[in-house]
Design a protein around this ligand. Structure first.
Ligand SMILES: *Cc1c(COP(=O)(O)O)cnc(C)c1O
Length: 444
């Protein structure tokens, strides 16, 4: 396919070309190309925008965020306490403004989602309800390489029920010499501990490798074993299509500062399946914002739960940390999730293809394969999303590679001992960014 052909979204690997011209021609036909201009992209010292591939760590700022925040500050200045009801977006019902956007992103009913707190705090609140050790069934299954916060959270819940983490935290690991988890291994470890697992808690997208896990299939396996299943969607939300309701997921939580571009420390989200939303026997940590809004301000001693996910919201929402999400959800809605995810597959497909091309060429020139950057993210479309994780060549330090790229105006993120992560984000990255990144890597 030549750069002049019709739809860049329909490109296949056999159509790709390794050239800046090809990448630019694709970008010229990108139906989402104007969205890039709606973000602040950090600049190099020469005033040109950096190639920003760290959206898996902190998403960029939508240009509308500042105006929306200033509106809240103005309303506060003008109305004081009356702003709870009189501001242009009444603070008293502020978290309701995020239902529609969050429900679309995670594939849920409006009543199943709530914007609240931060990610790890939400995992804690949800484990209070959904980790219910009983009799022999006391274990939590997580992955060995889980994001540390998730491991700590699981650990603390096991201890808080008077149990021993050494015997009740079950880990699933990749096989020796492998980096990604295998579906059959996840299913077999669940089956193996079937009568002892109370909770399976895994990531929708693994933060280090970028591997996408099959949420519906693993949730079904956990349920067959009689366990509950919860998901950490930190790297999945806004990055891959999700269908939590249909997958029958018990609960999920995510943060909003990665692919959702909500800004540092932005308010996180939580999902509670509707079959649990009105189960008033589930233990919960309560607060006045979990109480039915119909009588919340009557300040009664007796608690009346709010139906649905709102029944887990403890405190009144931090308005100024929620506001940036208005800008974010608006952009996702305007762009359309299908187009966002189609572009994501194109960008990450091109990224993986280019990396293979350059490696093959280097090997053909006689360069030792072990010294070259090597992709650990699965190549299969169903198992990868925006992020591509690269193991840097033999004994190199990923921090040095990150610094060398940074000197060329390319922003990536590294994790010791040997991983560099690069995530082309469909709303603000393009094929040119992908090409520039691969071209800047050391291939000799
Ligand atoms: C980013 C991330 C976190 C961060 O937790 P906070 O509570 O937002 O600080 C936790 N878990 C995973 C898997 C993450 O990727």
């Amino acid at each position: 396919m030549k750069p002049s052909s019709p739809s860049s979204q329909k490109l296949r690997a056999c159509d790709f070309e390794d050239s800046l011209e090809f990448a630019r021609a694709c970008d010229a036909r990108d139906p989402l190309r104007t969205f890039r201009r709606r973000f602040h992209i950090p600049l190099c010292t020469d005033g040109t925008p950096v190639v920003y591939l760290a959206g898996n760590s902190l998403g960029l700022q939508p240009k509308t965020t500042r105006r929306l925040l200033l509106e809240e500050l103005d309303d506060w200045a003008e109305h004081g306490v009356e702003g709870h009801v009189n501001s242009r977006r009444a603070w008293v019902r502020y978290h309701e403004f995020f239902r529609e956007g969050a429900a679309a992103l995670v594939g849920a009913k409006h009543s199943e989602v709530v914007a609240m707190n931060t990610l790890t705090v939400n995992l804690h609140l949800l484990m209070v309800s959904f980790y219910r050790p009983e009799g022999k069934r006391t274990k939590i299954l997580i992955e060995r390489g889980a994001f540390p916060s998730d491991t700590y959270a699981a650990h603390s819940h096991i201890r808080s029920r008077g149990l021993d983490p050494a015997t009740n935290l079950v880990f699933i690991s990749p096989r020796a010499g492998e980096r990604c988890l295998r579906m059959e291994d996840i299913e077999s470890i669940i089956a193996q501990h079937a009568d002892q697992i109370a909770l399976v808690m895994l990531p929708g997208v693994q933060y280090l490798t970028g591997q996408v896990l099959d949420i519906a299939r693993i949730t079904a396996a956990a349920h067959r074993a009689g366990a509950r299943c919860g998901w950490d969607l930190a790297h999945a939300v806004g990055n891959v299509p999700l269908a939590l309701h249909d997958a029958n997921v018990d609960f999920a939580a995510w943060c909003s500062y990665k692919y959702l571009n909500g800004g540092p420390g932005a308010v996180a989200g939580a999902f509670i399946h509707e079959r649990h939303g009105s189960d008033h026997h589930l233990p919960r940590y309560l607060g006045w914002w979990s109480n039915d809004p119909a009588n919340r301000f009557e300040m009664r001693e007796l608690f009346t739960p709010t139906e649905g996910a709102d029944g887990w919201a403890v405190s009144n929402p931090p308005i100024l940390s929620l506001t940036p999400l208005l800008a974010s959800f608006e952009l996702f809605k305007k762009a359309g999730l299908e187009r966002v995810f189609a572009k994501s597959r194109l960008l990450s497909g091109y990224l993986q293809w280019l990396l293979r091309q350059r490696a093959d060429q280097a090997i053909a020139r006689g360069v030792e394969a072990l010294t070259l950057p090597r992709v650990v993210t699965p190549a299969n479309t169903d198992e990868r999303a925006s992020q591509v994780s690269i193991v840097v060549g033999n004994k190199q330090d990923p921090a040095l590679l990150k610094a060398a790229l940074s000197a060329k105006g390319i922003v990536v993120d590294c994790r010791q001992p040997d991983i560099v992560r690069a995530a082309p984000v469909p709303l603000y990255n393009n094929m040119e960014d992908v090409w520039r990144f691969v071209d800047a890597l050391p291939w000799s």
